[in-house]
Ligand binder design. Structure first.
Ligand SMILES: Nc1ncnc2c1ncn2[C@@H]1O[C@H](COP(=O)(O)OP(=O)(O)OP(=O)(O)O)[C@@H](O)[C@H]1O
Ligand SMILES: [Mg+2]
Length: 485
C-alpha cells in the first residue's frame, strides 16, 4: 500500500505560504497605514496653503469689490501665477455675478468650472474651496478656488510602486531562504523515502542510510537504521525457520509422491525390460538383425533418459531453495508438477484439463517452491475427489492480465466445508487421518506465494474448490510450448 498523494501540499509550499503570510501581511498593513497618512497629510497641507491664499485674496479684493473695480480684482488674482497648484480662482460679487477670474496658464479655456455648496470638496483629482468675503457682517462676495491634486495621484503611484517592489523583494527573499532550507531538508527526506520504498517493495532490510547531519534528521536516520537492524535480524530468523518448515513440508510431499513416482518409473522400466527380453530372444534364436537391435537399443536409451529425468527432478525437489529469487516460467512449473503427478492422477481415474496461455510473463521466485505449492494443490484436489463418487476432474489454468499472472486449480471434490474454510491456511490444520497429512501444505504454500509478492485465495465452486494464485509478472514473456508426457 502506498501513501496517499492526492491534493497534497508539500512542506516547501506550506512553509512558503507561512513565510509569505508573515512577511506580506504586515507589509500590506504598513503600506496601507503609510498611504492613508501620506494622503491625509498631503490634503491638509494643500488645504492650509489654499486657505492662506484665499485669506490673502479676500483682504486684498475687499476694496475692489466695494468699488466694483474688476480690473483691480484681476490684478489681485494675477498674483496666483506664482502658485503652480492653483488651477483657477473666481471672485463673485454680492449679486453672485462673476467679478474676476484667474486660470492657470496651462488650463484649457473651456474647462467647465464646477461650483459646490460645501466649503471643501474633492472631485476628479481637484480640490475645491469656497470662501465668503464678509466685512462687518456684510456679504461682499465669494471666492471659489480650485487646485489640482495630481501631485497626490503621482505620490499614490509612487507609494504603490514602492509597496509592490518591497513585497516582491520580500517574496523573492522568502523564496530563496525557503529554497535553501528545503535543499538541506530534501536530501535526507528523499533518501528516507527511497529507503522506505525499497524496503516496502522488496521486503529486504540490508540497506542503511548515511548522514553527517547533527540535528533532528541525524537522529531520525540513526533510529531508522537501528529499526532496520532489528527488522533484518527478525527477517533472517523468520527465513531460517520458514526454510526449515518448507523443507519439512517438501519432504512430506516427497514421501506422499513416492507411490506416484514409483508408477512413473515403472513405465520406462517395463519398456526397457520388454525391449531387453525381446532382444535376448531374437539373439538366442539367431534372428536378430542389426536394424532390429538398433531400434530396441534406442528405445532402451530413451526410456533410461526418461527415468533419469524423473529421478533428477525428485532430487532437485528435495534440495533446499537457492538464495535469490529468479524469473520462473509458470507454465514450466505446471508441466513439471504434472510430470510428477500426472500418472498418479490418471491411475486415480481423474481427468486432467489444462488451459495454458500461449505467451505468459515469468514470475519471480523459485521453481521448486512454486512446484511445491502446485503439487500440494493437486494432492489436496486428488484427496478430495477420491473420497467421493461422481465426476473426477481437475482443471489447471495459467493466464495473465493487467493484475499479473494467474494460476488456478479447480476440482470436483465437493468443496471445503464452510466451517473449516477460514482455517485451511493455518499451519498443522488438517482433516486427513494421522500419517496422511501434516496440515502444512497450504500454510507453507501461502508463505511461498506471499514471499513472491503474490496472493493465494480459495473459494467453493459448484461441485468443488477453486484455488487462485496471483503473482506479479516480470517483463520477459515465456514462449516455450507446453509439453506433457
Ligand atoms: N481441494 C480441496 N478440497 C477440499 N478440502 C481441501 C482442499 N484443499 C485443502 N482442503 C482442506 O484443507 C486442509 C489443509 O490442507 P493442507 O494442504 O494445508 O494440509 P493437508 O493436505 O491436510 O496436509 P499436507 O498438505 O501437509 O499433506 C486439508 O486437510 C483439507 O481438509
Ligand atoms: Mg495438502
Amino acid at each position: 500500500m502506498s501513501p496517499p498523494k492526492k491534493n497534497r501540499i508539500g512542506f516547501f509550499y506550506r512553509r512558503l505560504i507561512a513565510v509569505v503570510a508573515i512577511n506580506v501581511l504586515p507589509l500590506l498593513v504598513l503600506s496601507g497605514l503609510l498611504y492613508s497618512y501620506i494622503m491625509s497629510d498631503y490634503k491638509s497641507n494643500l488645504i492650509a496653503l489654499m486657505n492662506n491664499q484665499i485669506m490673502l485674496l479676500a483682504t486684498t479684493s475687499e476694496s475692489a469689490l466695494l468699488f466694483d473695480d474688476a480690473e483691480a480684482g484681476e490684478r489681485v488674482l494675477s498674483t496666483l501665477e506664482l502658485n503652480e497648484t492653483i488651477q483657477y480662482t473666481q471672485i463673485y460679487n454680492a449679486d453672485n455675478q462673476l467679478f474676476a477670474q484667474y486660470r492657470h496658464p496651462e488650463m484649457i479655456n473651456d474647462t467647465v468650472i464646477e461650483h459646490f455648496d460645501k466649503a471643501v470638496e474633492f472631485k476628479n483629482n481637484n480640490i475645491y474651496l469656497n470662501y465668503k468675503i464678509m466685512k462687518n457682517g456684510e456679504y461682499l462676495g465669494l471666492i471659489v478656488m480650485s487646485a489640482s491634486t495630481e501631485g497626490l495621484a503621482a505620490q499614490k503611484d509612487h507609494l504603490l510602486l514602492i509597496s509592490v517592489l518591497t513585497l516582491l523583494g520580500s517574496f523573492i527573499l522568502a523564496s530563496l531562504l525557503n529554497w535553501t532550507l528545503q535543499k538541506r531538508l530534501n536530501t535526507p527526506i528523499r533518501d528516507l523515502i527511497s529507503l522506505v520504498h525499497y524496503v516496502t517493495k522488496h521486503k529486504r532490510y540490508h540497506k542503511r542510510l548515511a548522514t553527517d547531519q547533527n540535528n533532528e534528521f541525524g537522529d531520525i536516520i540513526a533510529w531508522v537504521n537501528t529499526m532496520l537492524n532489528t527488522m533484518e535480524l527478525h527477517e533472517n530468523e523468520r527465513k531460517a525457520s520458514s526454510a526449515k518448515i518448507i523443507q519439512a513440508s517438501k519432504l512430506a510431499t516427497l514421501g506422499e509422491m513416492a507411490t506416484s513416482v514409483a508408477h512413473e518409473l515403472n513405465q520406462p522400466l517395463n519398456i526397457i525390460r520388454m525391449a531387453a527380453e525381446n532382444c535376448r530372444r531374437k539373439v538366442s534364436t539367431g534372428t536378430a538383425d542389426t536394424e532390429y537391435l538398433y531400434g530396441k537399443l534406442s528405445r532402451i536409451e530413451q526410456q533410461t533418459a526418461r527415468a533419469a529425468a524423473i529421478i533428477d527432478h525428485m532430487r532437485m525437489f528435495g534440495r533446499k531453495a537457492e538464495e535469490d529469487p529468479a524469473p520462473v516460467d509458470p507454465r514450466k512449473v505446471v508441466t513439471n508438477s504434472l510430470n510428477l503427478m500426472g500418472e498418479q492422477l490418471r491411475l486415480a481415474g481423474i481427468k486432467l484439463v489444462t488451459e495454458l496461455a500461449e505467451d505468459c510473463p515469468f514470475v519471480l521466485g523459485h521453481t521448486i517452491q512454486l512446484e511445491q505449492v502446485l503439487l500440494n494443490l493437486l494432492t489436496n484436489a486428488r484427496d478430495a475427489i477420491v473420497q467421493r463418487e461422481g465426476e473426477a476432474k481437475i482443471t489447471l489454468r495459467v493466464f495473465f492480465d493487467d493484475e499479473g499472472v494467474h494460476i488456478c486449480t479447480e476440482d470436483t471434490g465437493g468443496g471445503i466445508p464452510e466451517e473449516i474454510l477460514p482455517r485451511i491456511f493455518e499451519p498443522f490444520f488438517t482433516t486427513k487421518e494421522m500419517g496422511k497429512g501434516t496440515g502444512l501444505g497450504l500454510s507453507v504454500g501461502y508463505g511461498i506465494i506471499r514471499d513472491m509478492n503474490g496472493t493465494i485465495v480459495v473459494e467453493n465452486i459448484d461441485n468443488g474448490a477453486r484455488f487462485k494464485i496471483l503473482l506479479p509478472g516480470v517483463r520477459s514473456i515465456s514462449k516455450i510450448k507446453p509439453h506433457f508426457s
